[in-house]
Structures are given as C-alpha cells and as structure tokens.
Design a protein around this ligand. Sequence first.
Ligand code: TA6
Length: 300
Amino acid sequence: MSEISIESFNKKYGIEKKIWFSEIGEITVVNIKTSHCEASIAMQGAQLINWTPVGQKPVIWLSQDARLVNGKSIRGGIPVCWPWFGAHDSQTHFPAHGYARTVQWELFEVNENEKGTVELGFKLVPNQSVAGMWPFSCPLELRIRLDSFLEVTLITQNNDSQPVKISEALHTYFAVGDIRKTRVSGLDGCFYLDKVKEFARFQQAGDILFTSETDRVYLDTENTCVIHDEAWQRKIHIEKQGSQSTVVWNPWQNKSNAMGDMGAEGYLSMLCVESANAATNVVVIEPGTEHRLMVRYHVT
Ligand code: TA6
C-alpha cells in the first residue's frame, strides 16, 4: 500500500469512470478506461499490467499466479529493469534486473489530449533502502501514453558530477494465443548471445520460432520487431528508440512450471520481447544529460 490512500489518489487524479485506483493484493493499481483502450498500472515499479485496445484481446500478459506483494517482482506486464539488466556485474547478491521494479513510484501527472490519448507520468521515489546499491543522483521517470497504441518511455537523468553507466530493459510480457504457433520477425542477420548456451554468440537466420527454452540478447539492433500471433490472427508491432538490444525470452515448460508464478502451462500463452540496453550495449550518461528508451506497440 502506497503512503497516499486510495481516497486521496481518487480525489487528486480520479476521473469518473475513466481513471480510478484500486488495491490488488498489497499493491495499489491505477486503472484507466478510454474510448481507445483499458489499462492498469501498479504503483510499485510503475509496472503496466494490462493494456487491452478496444476490440482486441489483451496485448500484455499477466500470469494467473502473479503475486502482487510489496517488494516482490510481479510476473508479467512491463517490468522496468534498471539500473542494470540481468545479474549485477559484480555484486551477485544484488537483485536481478535492478531494483526499480520492486520499489514505490509516485504518479505525478495525468493528462488527456483532445484525441482521448491519456498520458501518465511516474517518478521513482528516492529510497534509502537501495541507496547502497546505486550511490548516484539519477532521477528516473516513466511516461506512459495510452491509445489504440501503447507508448512507454523510460527517462534517466544524470544529475551527478560524473558519467553514469546503466543497463536497462522494458521487460515486456506479450500475450499470444499459442507460443508454438508464434514467430518473431525483424531480427534476421542480427547477432545474439544465447543464455541457454552459456551466452555463446550466434547469428539469427530468418524469423525466430519457438520449440524450446529461448533466452537471447540480440545486440546492436534498433530494428522494429513483429510478433506474428497466428493463433489469435494478429500481429504485434514493436518499435523502439534509444535501445540497442532486443531480448527474446520464453522459459518453456520445465522452467515455467518450476518458477511458481507462471500459472499452469503459462509459457504457452506468453512471450517476452524486451527493448533494452544490455550486455555490451551499456549506456553511459554524461553529467547533466538524460537518456531516453522509448517503445511503441500497436496491433494489426
Ligand atoms: O529477460 C530474460 C531473463 O533475463 C531470463 O533469463 C529470466 O531470468 C527472465 O529474465 C525473468 O527474470 P525474473 O527476474 O523476472 O524472474
């Protein structure tokens, strides 16, 4: 539960039947319903956990067994991996994918434009419990634009006196009808590190098909990707800016069943295509400047 009560959230930002706040488990969630879409965003991690354009099936996947518990990562949605992606490069006891997704954020802006696009602004609340992991002055902001498209921008500001190095990802879980009838185009010819094969380096040939655990960091690519969701007769388009890496992940059956929060056979209905700066694609942010990672999703 965030410090501010639901009542005060609703008083400050609630728009009758358009924006309201609720509690799921221990987590405060802001809900939005417009003429274009429905969405929900957890205040912990500013983690979008639902985006469903009008007339579409949900585009973002949330595990049926997701645990909405304070301080624990939520399985699904768009986890913000920051200020590092994956395991910390020297402190093995630091949380995987950084700490931004498991701490409280503050909603500081809600706007609706003349076309009915709703934009929300969240900022990471400085938190003494993580200061030891990240001793830099780097305010973090997430901006979400909701329409028949979904746009998410992660903004890192370096207010420090020295350059700061980060790795990051918008670790998006997409909902698909059947992973076995799904493929991803857009990465043909790109080189990737294969986590399933001790991070050995390979080159992608053609579209990515899914027949077993898949966990790859595609490097040096700003390409737009498309998820061909054949079972649900749709394509999910993934455009990005400020991201040099694309991570593609499906845990497949054994790992999915072992994770405890993927739901029964959860792997069959999801696919992560993450817009990132990971591995050798780390980002150095000079003092007084900012770095933006932006993604834009739409369905045809
Ligand atoms: O992005 C892929 C990955 O790094 C996988 O290796 C797997 O660990 C996944 O993220 C989920 O990580 P999480 O910490 O959310 O369980």
